[in-house]
Design a protein around this ligand. Structure first.
Ligand code: IPE
Ligand code: IPE
Ligand code: MG
Length: 224
């Protein structure tokens, strides 16, 4: 059976779910939070060490201001209400991406990271204002600045996922088969699962089925 340490998820389909069921994209984002909580709980049950969640891409700034503001308000409330609970469950929160939000949100993100820094059960990497191309270019610039050699080891040192093993599983919900600038380096050998269900419809059962399927895959890494 394949070992499993790290699951990455592109949580897509909130907007479509919201429009269909509540006539509002934003209500879909709100509903998506329930799925998020379920998947975090199940990840702990499955003894997964790292869960990386794509919540806002560098390209998502192209959305209407109203939706962007709603998303960040939702995140702010989620952290205010849930950070103590997450901390109590021994969960570590790490933000990947560039924190250039309002002062209030930047502070809240930093304090949430600080509070949970020493936790060891599950590390949640929340990708916010994250773009993989930027991350990789930034790593090259850092290598250059330090006058280091360009090699895999030095590049990894400057990725936001440094010291974290690459994901064994990537899940994208929402019936779309693309990576949308997510973890392009780290996904080089990841098993990819595209799910038809929209994120608010996705549940523990679907998640467990993917994990079961993953465990039986023959992973070659170039060998036979
Ligand atoms: C993903 O859901 C969440 C974010 C990008 C913030 P979408 O908002 O992209 O939902 P669809 O794809 O439009 O349905
Ligand atoms: C990817 O979803 C980003 C997140 C889930 C946060 P998008 O809905 O933004 O991706 P595209 O634009 O359809 O590729
Ligand atoms: Mg989408």
């Amino acid at each position: 059976m394949n070992p499993l340490n790290h699951v990455a998820i592109i949580m897509d389909g909130n907007g479509r779910w919201g429009l269909k069921h509540k006539n509002s994209r934003n209500k879909g984002h709100k509903a998506g939070l329930h799925t998020l909580e379920k998947i975090i709980k199940e990840s702990i049950k499955q003894k997964i060490r790292y869960l990386t969640l794509y919540a806002f891409s560098t390209e998502n700034w192209r959305r209407p201001k109203k939706e962007i503001n709603y998303l960040f308000k939702l995140l702010e409330n989620f952290l205010l209400n849930k950070i103590n609970e997450l901390h109590g469950q021994n969960i570590k929160l790490k933000i990947i991406g560039v924190k250039n939000f309002s002062n209030k949100l930047n502070k809240l993100l930093k304090s949430s990271e600080k509070k949970t820094l020493k936790n060891t059960k599950l590390q949640i990497n929340l990708a916010l204002n994250y773009g993989s191309k930027f991350e990789i270019l930034n790593a090259f610039n850092m290598i250059n600045k330090n006058n280091d050699k360009i090699n895999e080891k030095n590049l990894r040192k400057h990725l936001q996922t440094k010291n974290i093993p690459d994901p064994e599983i990537l899940i994208r919900t929402g019936n779309t088969k693309r990576l949308s600038n997510f973890l392009l380096w780290q996904l080089a050998y990841t098993e990819i699962f595209f799910e038809k269900k929209l994120w608010p419809e996705f549940n523990e059962k679907n998640y467990i089925n993917i994990i079961k399927k993953y465990k039986t895959i023959k992973r070659n890494f170039g060998k036979i």
